[in-house]
Design a protein. Structure first.
Lengths: 368, 1075
C-alpha cells in the first residue's frame, strides 16, 4: 500500500505503508544511529515526533523482549528507506512491522531518507504527516499547518507516569539495591535504561510523576534525585522547573536531557530550539576539565543557551565538539549536575557511564 | 596535544611487493600517511621495495629508498639518515615485523629512534597469540579454547584436550598464510608442520573452531589521551572459517542489535587500551554465536590493514591519514574531518548506505589446487560496491568483479546450472569463489534460504535478501512474457534493487542498449549521492559519489573543462597496482593543468579511489552502463581509457559508438594492435620483422596454421589479460590438445598462433608520442629468455645485450609504429632479438605494466606526460629530457603467490602468475640484481649449500655457474647427471638421489634444511612427477628456488658483487640528482 509523507513546508515524499494504516502527525526529525531502532521507537522522548532513520536498512533483527525503553511505542511515526521483512536474530520474537501494527503506529518506507535528511538539515525540523489516505494534498497540508505544534506546549504530562512506582518493575525489589542509595527519579518520560543503569549501580529506585510535588519526593527521603529525559519543549513544563528549584541544595541532583534543560531553567538559564536537533549515537562531546572526548548518544531538539548561564555559578563541564553547544554543567555548591546527552546510551556508545558513578559519589559525599 | 616538536625526521616502512594478503591497500595507506606527515612539516624517509607504488614517487617523501625490506638494509639507512622516529603501522605485517626485528636487535636504541604508532610491547601483545589470549582473559573477554605451541608433541596434547575441528594459525604471518581448518589427525599433522614452518618464530596457535559463527570486524582508532572511536563495523557474509580477506563482507553490520554492537564496541575499547594502541588504528575481529549471541575475540591488528582501507573507502574516514597524525602527537579532536570541515575527526561515521566487498580470485592460474576457501587467504583483489540497500550494493559489486557476471545472476554461462540439487547442496558446504553463483542457482531451483543457511551457516537475512532478487528476476521475466515490454514500475523497482540493464536484457532477451533506452524513455535515471561520514547531518565538501535510484541527485556538474579517467577495477594477476599508478598520475597531471579530473573505479584498495586524489570520485562499477551514466551527467571534454589496463579498453569501442569523446590514442588503433591480422598487415607495410602468425576460429584452422608456419608456436585466446591460457606448443599433437581442452575457438573468440622465437632475448619498450614526436622512455631487457610472460620476467634497465644499432632500430620501429597507430600518449612494444634480427612481438598503444618501473628508474613521470599529451600539449612544450642511457642500473623482479597454493607449478610460463614486483637499483648490474632478489623476500644465502639440477641441454651453460658458485665458497649438491658433469670437470660436488631413486633424496635434504638454494631448470613433461614435490617442498620450507639459467647467471653476478663490497643505499632523490 502506498503512503505519503508531507512536511508543513509543502515537501512531499511518496513511499510504501509500514505498520498501521491511517494518518499521523508530529515533528519530523532524523536520527543517524545505525543500530537500536527498537530502543528509539520506545523512547518516550520521541513522543509527538516522526522519526526518520538515516540508516537505510531497518527491521533486520526484528523486535525482542529485552530492548524496550518503555512499555510502548512513543514515536508518532516512523520513516525509513527499506523495511526488512526478514527477521534474523536469536532474540527476536516479532517483526518490526507487526510490532508497529500492534501499537497502531503509522510508518512509511521506501522514502529517500537522505533527501529528507538534507531537507530537514537545510530547512529545519518541522511538522509532518504520514498518511495512507487519498485525501487531497491541500486538505492534508492545511490540516497539518493548523494542527498542534511541538513548541510552547507541555507534552511531558502526556508521557509521565500517573503515580509513582518502584523499580524493577517485576513487583518485588530483587534485593540488589538494598542497603545502598535511595534515588528518586522524576519521570518526564524516563527511559528504562536510566533506571536499569541506576539499579545496576545498586540504587533503590522510586519513579515519581513529573508533576509530583517536591515535598512528596522528599518525604520518601531519597539520597539523590534524577531528572529524567523527556519529550518536547522544556519551557512550558513550569511545574517541573519549580519543583527542581525547591529541591536544589537539599539533595544531590542529576539531570539527563530534558532533565538537564529543566535543571538549567531552574538555575536561571534559558532554552532555545536547535534547527534540526541532535538525534544519533555518534556525537563527540568533550569534557572541559580533562579534555577527554566521549562519543555520546543524543536526542534533543532544544538546548540550554550557553550564554544564559554565563553570570551564574554554573560551571560548563561538557561541550559538543560538532557545534559547540552546551552538553553538560555542574553547580558544585548545590550538588547538581546534568548532561544534555544520554549516559545510559541505549542505543549508543557506553562512553558516558561514568556519570552514574559520579552521581553515586555525590550522594556519598552529601551524606558525609 | 599538538604536533610533537621533538621529532623532525620520521622513517616510514612500506609493505613491499604486492602479494596475496598484502596488496595496494598499503600504498593507499602509506601514501596518505606520507602526505599527512609532510603537511605537518616532518621530513619523511621512506623505504619500500615496490616501484609500482604511488608512495615511492619522489614527491611523496623527502628521502625515497627503493631498497629491500630487510632489517640489515634498514639499519644501514637508519645509520645514514638518523631518523628520530620509526612509524611501523602503515606498511602491513611486513613493516611491523621489521620494526620488531630492528627494536629487538638494539638498532633503534643505538640510533635513538623512537617507535611511534605502536610500541614494541604493543606489537608483541597483539601478535603473540599466547600473550594476546592471556591479555583478553585479564580484561574479562572470551577467546576460543586453545593455545600456542612450538612442536608437534605439544600440538597433539592440545588437540586431545580440545577436540576436532581445530583452527591452526601460525604466529606473525600474513593473510593467514600457513593457516588451516582441520577435521582429522591426518590433516592435523600436516597442518601443524606446515604452520610451524610458515611462522617466522616457529609457533602456531591451535584453537577450538568457531566454524559457522557470525564474523565481525571493528575498525577503531585511539589517541594518546585514550579517546576512542569506531570508524566502521563490518559483517562477514561468509561465516567463521573463511579468511576475512576471502569473505564477502558488508558494512555496516546488518544483523546486530544495539546491545550486541555496543558490547562489541566496549570490548574493542578495552582491547586497544589493554594492548596499548596508543596512537592510531586497529582492526579487531569477533565471532558471535548465532544461537545465543555469545561473543569471542578472534584477533587484533595494531596497525592499518586491508580492512581499514576498506573501512576508509566505505565511510569516507581516512584512517591512515588520521593514524599518521595521531602518531605525530595530535589528539583525535584536534584533527578536522575533511569532509565536513566543521566537525572534528573524533566521531563515529554514520553511514546511510550499504557497502559490499567481494574478493576476486585467480585459481584458474594455479590448476590442480583445491578451490575451497579456508582460513588462508587466496584472493588477489577485491571490488567494492555502494548502494542504498544490501541488494543494490551486492548487485553493483558483483558486476564490478569483471567475471562476466552482470549482477546476482549466472549470465547464461550456466556453469553451475547443470549441477543437480544434491551436488549443489554438497558443494555449497564449502566456500568457493563461485559460491554466490551456486546460491543463486540453488534459490532458482527452489531450495529454500533456510536450507542453504543450514548448510552454509550464512545468515538468513542475507539469503532472504538474495531470494528477493531471484523472485524479482522471475517477475521481470514473466511480465515481459505477458506484455512484451516492462512497466515503468517494474523497471524502476529493478533498478532500485540494483539490477543492471544487461541483467534485465538477459532476462527479457533484449539488448542492453534497448533496456537503457526504455529506461531513459521512462525517466528512470540514476542519482548520485555523497559519501559524507555523517549521513547528511552536516554539509559535505567532499566530492565522493555513488549511484543509486533514489530520487535526489547530489552531484552537480561544474562548468569547468573536465576529463574522466577510467580505472582498472579489481586487482587480479596481470592487472594490478601498476595501472592504478598510471591513473593517479593522470589525475595529478590533469589537475595541474587546471582540468577537472574525475575518477571512476571500484577497487577499494587503490590510491585512485582516495576521495582526496581526484577532483571528483565516482565509486562505480566499470561497466558500460555505469560509466555511461556518469558521462551523461558530467558531459566531460574527454575520457581517458589508456591508463586503466584491460578494463577500460573493453569499454572503449562501445563508449566511442555512444558518442563519448575518447582522449589519446583512438580505440580503433588499440583494436588494430590487438587484432593479429590487421596488425600483421600493418607490420608488413612498415617492413618491420615479426614472427609468423595466424588466427584460428576452429581446430582445423589451427592445424592448418601450425603446418604452415611450423613449431614451436605460442598460442593464446585473443583479448586476454596477463597471458591467460597462453602456452607454447611444440608439435601438432599438443596444439590439437590445446585447442580441444584449453580454449574454445570461435568467430567471436579466435585463438592466436604465433611462431615462438625460442631462446630469443626479449625487450620491453615504453615510449610516448604526441602524434608528431615519439620518445623512448625506457628499454628493458628481459633476463629470462622468450617464453616467460613479460609480467613475470626479470627485467633490467638499461639493457646489457643491445648493440647501438639495435637500439637505433628499436627507436626507429617505435617511431614508425607510434606514427602508424596515431599514438597520442603511451605505447608499449615488445621486441625479440633472434639471430640478430629485431622482431616486434606485440604492441600495446596504451599504458603498460612497466610504466611505474620505468618512471621510478628514470625519474621521468611518463604517465603524467602522457596525460598532458592527451590534453593536447606537445612534448616540446612539456620539456623533459629523455635519456638514452642511465648511469645506474634498475632491475625489476617479480613476486609469485606459490606459497598460497599447495600444488603450484613454479616454472615460469607464458601465462603470467606473479602478483607483484620489486626493484633493485644500484650502480652495477650485480648489485641491482642482488638487491632485487633480496627484495622479493628470497633469502639468497651468502654461504652454504646449493642444489643444482638441469637437463642435458643446459649442462654446458650451467657449468660456469657451478664454477663461480664453487669459487664463491658454496658447497654444491646435484642429482647424478648434473653431478657427473660438474665433477668430471673438476669441481667438487655431492651427489643426491632424485625422488624416484629412493631415500634420503633431495626432498629429504630440503626438509632437513641442508639445502639453502635450489637451481633447477625444467626437465620436460615426463619428469614433472619427480620435479613437483621438490618445488612444493621448497616453497613450504621456504628454500629459494631458481628455475632458469638466466636467473642463475644473474644471481651469480649478484653474489659476486656482494662478495666484493658492502652495498650502498641511496635514495631516489640522490640518484636523480647525481646521475
Amino acid at each position: 500500500m502506498k503512503a505519503s509523507l508531507i512536511l508543513s513546508d509543502g515537501a512531499l515524499y511518496e513511499g510504501l505503508s509500514l505498520g498501521a494504516e491511517g494518518t499521523t502527525t508530529g515533528e519530523v526529525v532524523f536520527n543517524t544511529a545505525m543500530t537500536g531502532y527498537q530502543e528509539i521507537l520506545t523512547d518516550p522522548s520521541y513522543h509527538f515526533q516522526l522519526i526518520a532513520m538515516t540508516c537505510p536498512q531497518i527491521g533486520n533483527y526484528g523486535v525482542n523482549r529485552n530492548d524496550f525503553e518503555s512499555k510502548g511505542i512513543y514515536a508518532a511515526g516512523f520513516i525509513i528507506r527499506e523495511y526488512s521483512p526478514v527477521v534474523s536474530h536469536w532474540q527476536a520474537d516479532q517483526s518490526l512491522d507487526a510490532y508497529l501494527k500492534h501499537y497502531g503506529i503509522v510508518g512509511i518506507s521506501d522514502i529517500d531518507t537522505r533527501a529528507l535528511t538534507r531537507h530537514l538539515r537545510d530547512h529545519g525540523a518541522q511538522m509532518g504527516m504520514i498518511t495512507t489516505t487519498n485525501e487531497p494534498l491541500d486538505t492534508l497540508l492545511a490540516r497539518l499547518r493548523t494542527g498542534e505544534k511541538l513548541v510552547g506546549r507541555d507534552i511531558v504530562k502526556e508521557v509521565t507516569t500517573d503515580r509513582y512506582y518502584d523499580w524493577p518493575l517485576s513487583g518485588e525489589n530483587d534485593g540488589t539495591g538494598k542497603g545502598s542509595f535511595r534515588v528518586a527519579v522524576y519521570d518526564y518520560g524516563v527511559k528504562f535504561s536510566i533506571l536499569r543503569t541506576l539499579h545496576d549501580y545498586g540504587c533503590q529506585l522510586r519513579v515519581f510523576p513529573g508533576h509530583a510535588p517536591p515535598e512528596a519526593v522528599l518525604e520518601w527521603n531519597p539520597d539523590g534525585i534524577v531528572l529524567s529525559n523527556g519529550p518536547g519543549d522544556p519551557e512550558p513544563v513550569e511545574y517541573a522547573v519549580k519543583s527542581v528549584r525547591h529541591l536544589l541544595g537539599k539533595k544531590p541532583i542529576f539531570g539527563i536531557c530534558l532533565g538537564h534543560q529543566i535543571l538549567g531553567l531552574a538555575l536561571g538559564g534559558r532554552t532555545t530550539k536547535l534547527k534540526f536537533g541532535h538525534h544519533g549515537a555518534n556525537h563527540p562531546v568533550t569534557h572541559r576539565l580533562t579534555g577527554a572526548v566521549e562519543i555520546t548518544s543524543q536526542n534533543h531538539g532544544f538546548i540550554i543557551d550557553i550564554d544564559s548561564l554565563a553570570k551564574s555559578e554554573v560551571e560548563i563541564t561538557h561541550i559538543n565538539l560538532n557545534d559547540g553547544t552546551l552538553e553538560g554543567m555542574r553547580h558544585q555548591p548545590l550538588r547538581a549536575f546534568s548532561v544534555q546527552y544520554h549516559p545510559e546510551a541505549s542505543p549508543g556508545p557506553h562512553d558516558s557511564r561514568y556519570l552514574f558513578a559520579q552521581f553515586i559519589e555525590d550522594m556519598k559525599q552529601f551524606h558525609a | 596535544m599538538p604536533k610533537r616538536k621533538d621529532i623532525k625526521r620520521i622513517l616510514v616502512i612500506g609493505s613491499g611487493p604486492i602479494v596475496i594478503g598484502q596488496a595496494c591497500e598499503f600504498d593507499y595507506s602509506g601514501s596518505q600517511a606520507c602526505k599527512a606527515l609532510r603537511e605537518e612539516g616532518f621530513i619523511v624517509i621512506l623505504i619500500n621495495s615496490n616501484p609500482a607504488t604511488i608512495m615511492t614517487d619522489p614527491e611523496f617523501s623527502d628521502r625515497t629508498y627503493i631498497e629491500p625490506l630487510r632489517a640489515d638494509v634498514i639499519a644501514k639507512i637508519i645509520e645514514d639518515e638518523r631518523p628520530d622516529a620509526l612509524l611501523p603501522t602503515l606498511g602491513g605485517q611486513t613493516s611491523l615485523n621489521l620494526a620488531v626485528e630492528l627494536a629487538e636487535s638494539g638498532i633503534l636504541e643505538e640510533y635513538g629512534v623512537e617507535l611511534i604508532g605502536a610500541k614494541l610491547e604493543t606489537i608483541h601483545l597483539a601478535e603473540n597469540r599466547n600473550l594476546f589470549r592471556d591479555a583478553m582473559g585479564e580484561i574479562g573477554l572470551k577467546v576460543p579454547a586453545g593455545g600456542c605451541v612450538s612442536s608437534l608433541e605439544a600440538a597433539e596434547a592440545l588437540r586431545d584436550e580440545i577436540g576436532f575441528p581445530l583452527i591452526i594459525r601460525p604466529s606473525f604471518t600474513l593473510g593467514g598464510i600457513g593457516g588451516s581448518v582441520v577435521y582429522n589427525r591426518e590433516e592435523f599433522n600436516r597442518a601443524v608442520q606446515w604452520g610451524l614452518s610458515a611462522s617466522p618464530v616457529t609457533e602456531i596457535l591451535i584453537e577450538a573452531s568457531v566454524l559457522g559463527w557470525k564474523e565481525y570486524e571493528l575498525e577503531v582508532m585511539r589517541d594518546a589521551a585514550d579517546n576512542f572511536v569506531v570508524v566502521c563495523s563490518i559483517e562477514n557474509f561468509d561465516p567463521m572459517g573463511i579468511h576475512t580477506g576471502d569473505s564477502i563482507t558488508v558494512a555496516p553490520a546488518q544483523t546486530l542489535t544495539d546491545v550486541e554492537f555496543q558490547a562489541m564496541r566496549d570490548a574493542a575499547k578495552k582491547i586497544v587500551a589493554k594492548v596499548g594502541v596508543e596512537t592510531g588504528g586497529a582492526n579487531i575481529q569477533f565471532a558471535l554465536n548465532p544461537e545465543n549471541g555469545e561473543m569471542v575475540v578472534i584477533e587484533m591488528n595494531p596497525r592499518v590493514s586491508r580492512s581499514s582501507a576498506l573501512a576508509s573507502k566505505a565511510t569516507g574516514f581516512p584512517i591512515a591519514k588520521i593514524a599518521a597524525k595521531l602518531a605525530a602527537g595530535y589528539f583525535l579532536h584536534e584533527i578536522p574531518n575533511d569532509i565536513t570541515r566543521k566537525t572534528p575527526a573524533c566521531f563515529e561515521p554514520a553511514i546511510d548506505y550499504v557497502v559490499v566487498k567481494i574478493p576476486r580470485w585467480d585459481f584458474e592460474k594455479f590448476p590442480g589446487n583445491d578451490v575451497r576457501l579456508s582460513s588462508q587467504m587466496k584472493s588477489v583483489g577485491e571490488a567494492m560496491g555502494i548502494g542504498r540497500t544490501f541488494k543494490e550494493a551486492l548487485n553493483k559489486t558483483l558486476r564490478s568483479l569483471e567475471n562476466g557476471w552482470s549482477g546476482f545472476h549466472a549470465d547464461g554461462h550456466d556453469s553451475v546450472s547443470r549441477m543437480s540439487a544434491e551436488v549443489l547442496l554438497d558443494d555449497l558446504r564449502w566456500g568457493t569463489p563461485d559460491r554466490i553463483l551456486k546460491i543463486w542457482q540453488a534459490l532458482t531451483i527452489g531450495i529454500s534460504p533456510e536450507e542453504i543457511s543450514k548448510i552454509t551457516r550464512i545468515d538468513i537475512w542475507f539469503l532472504k535478501n538474495l531470494q528477493q532478487l531471484v523472485a524479482f528476476e522471475t517477475h521481470i521475466a514473466e511480465e515481459f512474457k505477458q506484455r512484451r515490454t516492462l512497466t515503468p514500475e517494474t523497471l524502476g523497482t529493478a533498478k532500485r534493487l540494483g539490477f543492471s540493464d544487461k541483467h534485465i536484457a538477459l532476462l527479457t532477451g533484449k539488448l542492453e542498449n534497448e533496456i537503457r533506452s526504455l529506461r531513459k524513455e521512462n525517466g528512470i535515471l540514476p542519482s548520485f549521492k555523497i559519501v559524507d561520514t555523517c549521513a547528511a547531518e552536516f554539509e559535505s565538501f567532499t566530492t565522493y559519489f555513488y549511484s543509486t535510484y533514489d530520487p535526489e541527485n547530489e552531484s552537480i556538474p561544474s562548468n569547468r573543462k573536465k576529463v574522466i579517467i577510467l580505472g582498472g577495477g579489481p586487482n587480479r594477476i596481470g592487472q594490478g597496482i601498476e595501472f592504478d599508478y598510471c591513473c593517479v598520475h593522470g589525475i595529478l597531471a590533469l589537475k595541474n593543468l587546471g582540468i577537472e579530473a574525475i575518477m571512476i573505479n571500484c577497487n577499494p584498495e587503490t590510491v585512485s579511489t582516495d576521495y582526496d586524489v581526484a577532483d571528483k570520485l565516482y565509486f562505480e562499477p566499470l561497466t558500460y552502463e555505469d560509466v555511461l551514466n556518469v558521462i551523461e551527467l558530467e558531459k566531460p571534454d574527454g575520457v581517458i581509457i589508456q591508463f586503466g589496463g584491460q578494463t577500460p579498453l573493453k569499454l572503449a569501442i562501445d563508449l566511442e559508438q555512444a558518442g563519448v569523446p575518447i582522449w589519446g590514442t583512438s580505440p580503433d588503433s588499440i583494436d588494430l594492435a590487438e587484432d593479429r591480422d590487421r596488425f600483421g598487415v600493418l607490420l608488413d607495410s612498415l617492413d618491420i620483422p615479426h614472427p609468423q602468425y595466424g588466427t584460428a576460429t576452429s581446430i582445423a584452422d589451427a592445424i592448418e596454421i601450425g603446418q604452415r608456419i611450423g613449431f614451436p608456436l605460442m598460442v593464446r585466446p585473443s583479448y586476454v589479460l596477463g597471458g591467460r591460457a597462453m602456452e607454447i606448443v611444440y608439435d601438432l599433437k599438443s596444439l590439437e590438445h590445446y585447442m580441444q581442452v584449453a580454449v574454445t575457438a570461435s568467430e567471436e573468440h579466435p585463438v592466436l598462433l604465433d611462431r615462438f622465437l625460442e631462446d630469443a632475448f626479449e625487450f620491453d619498450v615504453d615510449a610516448i608520442s604526441d602524434g608528431g614526436r615519439t620518445e623512448i622512455c625506457g628499454v628493458m631487457q628481459h633476463i629470462e629468455e622468450a617464453g616467460v610472460h613479460s609480467g613475470d620476467s626479470m627485467a633490467v634497465l638499461p639493457p646489457f645485450l643491445l648493440s647501438r644499432d639495435q637500439y637505433e632500430d628499436i627507436k626507429e620501429y617505435t617511431r614508425l609504429l607510434a606514427e602508424a597507430l596515431h599514438v597520442q600518449g603511451l605505447i608499449n612494444i615488445q621486441f625479440a632479438i633472434m639471430y640478430d634480427t629485431l622482431n616486434v612481438i606485440e604492441v600495446n598503444p596504451r599504458a603498460s605494466r612497466t610504466v611505474p618501473f620505468v618512471s621510478k628508474a628514470s625519474g621521468i613521470p611518463i604517465a603524467k606526460i602522457a596525460a598532458e599529451v592527451m590534453s593536447g600539449k606537445r612534448l616540446d612544450q612539456i620539456g623533459y629530457t629523455f635519456k638514452d642511457r642511465l648511469p645506474y642500473v634498475a632491475v625489476k623482479e617479480s613476486v609469485f603467490p606459490f606459497d598460497r597454493f599447495e600444488k603450484a607449478d613454479i616454472y615460469l610460463r607464458p601465462e603470467m602468475r606473479s602478483t607483484g614486483e620489486v626493484m633493485g637499483i644500484a650502480t652495477t648490474f650485480g648489485e641491482a640484481v642482488f638487491k632485487a632478489f633480496q627484495a622479493t623476500g628470497i633469502a639468497i644465502p651468502t654461504s652454504g649449500t646449493i642444489f643444482v639440477s638441469v637437463n642435458d641441454n643446459d649442462k654446458a651453460r650451467m657449468f660456469p655457474i657451478a664454477e663461480s658458485l664453487n669459487k664463491l665458497g658454496y658447497k654444491l649438491v646435484a642429482t647424478r647427471g648434473t653431478a657427473d658433469y660438474i665433477a668430471g670437470r673438476g669441481i667438487p660436488v655431492e651427489t643426491v638421489l632424485k625422488v624416484s631413486e629412493g631415500r634420503p633424496n633431495v626432498v629429504d635434504y630440503i626438509k632437513n634444511h641442508t639445502i639453502d638454494l635450489i637451481i633447477k631448470t625444467p626437465l620436460g613433461q615426463r619428469s614433472r612427477k619427480d620435479e613437483s614435490p621438490i618445488g612444493w617442498t621448497a616453497i613450504k620450507y621456504r628454500v629459494p628456488f631458481i628455475t632458469t639459467l638466466s636467473a642463475a647467471e644473474a644471481i651469480v653476478r649478484g653474489l659476486k658483487a656482494q662478495s666484493k663490497k658492502s652495498f650502498e643505499y641511496q635514495c631516489l632523490q640522490e640518484y636523480y640528482k647525481t646521475h
